[in-house]
Each structure stands twice: as structure tokens, then as C-alpha cells.
Ligand binder design. Structure first.
Ligand code: FES
Length: 114
């Protein structure tokens, strides 16, 4: 059974922006795309750049170090397809962005439906 953990106040994310948060000892990049929240592992698979400090453009996160880009919803790397990052389900409860890190991450990268 996977569990959601609160990571940040949803109102602290301006649309089109994100940042790195900590959840269960891990660093996770969280972005607000048109009011929906998405989460992916923070560490860029190129050389470890912090994806939460990147920029969001047309649904893609650009790493701040060398510019590799990742599909925010799927984690797919658009530069080197085999270097994708893991995504995580999100939801908002009581004004808090929550992330589910446990269990199978397949189907992640999209907000929880509830
Ligand atoms: S560390 Fe992310 S593109 Fe190089």
C-alpha cells in the first residue's frame, strides 16, 4: 500500500514554476503546471543537476546545468531516451502538495485522480 506524504504548501508554487522538496529523505522536484502538480526525482541523470532548480517550458523541465530536458509528466529524457527520471504521483490535500513515493511507480507522473 503506497502512502502520500505532505511536502509543501500548494500555494507556495506559482504556476509554471517548481522547486526541490524533501520527502522521506529523498530530493524530489515538484512543479506546478497549470494548477496540476507533478513530481520527479530531482537528480538529473546526466551529472546530477537539481531538476527542481530548472525551468519549465512547454511541459518540459530543463536541467539548470547543461540543459537536458525531461517530459514533466512521464520523466522521459528528450536528449538521451534511456536516461529518463522516475516520476511520482501527487495530490493536494488540505492545501498541501502530497507525493506518493512508495510502491510501483508505473503510472506515476500524473496527479492522483482523487
Ligand atoms: S547535469 Fe543535467 S544536463 Fe548535465
Amino acid at each position: 500500500m503506497s502512502e502520500f506524504v505532505s511536502v509543501a504548501d500548494a500555494a507556495s508554487f506559482a504556476p509554471g514554476h517548481g522547486r526541490t522538496v524533501r520527502a522521506e529523505g529523498r530530493e524530489i522536484a515538484v512543479y506546478n503546471l497549470d494548477g496540476q502538480f507533478y513530481a520527479l526525482d530531482d537528480q538529473c541523470p546526466h551529472r546530477g543537476g537539481p531538476l527542481g532548480a530548472g525551468t519549465l517550458e512547454d511541459g518540459r523541465v530543463f536541467c539548470p546545468l547543461h540543459g537536458w530536458s525531461f517530459d514533466l509528466k512521464t520523466g522521459a529524457c528528450l536528449n538521451v531516451p534511456e536516461r529518463s527520471v522516475k516520476t511520482h504521483r501527487t495530490r493536494v490535500r488540505d492545501g498541501q502538495v502530497q507525493i506518493c513515493l512508495g510502491g510501483d511507480d508505473s503510472g506515476a507522473g500524473r496527479p492522483a485522480s482523487e
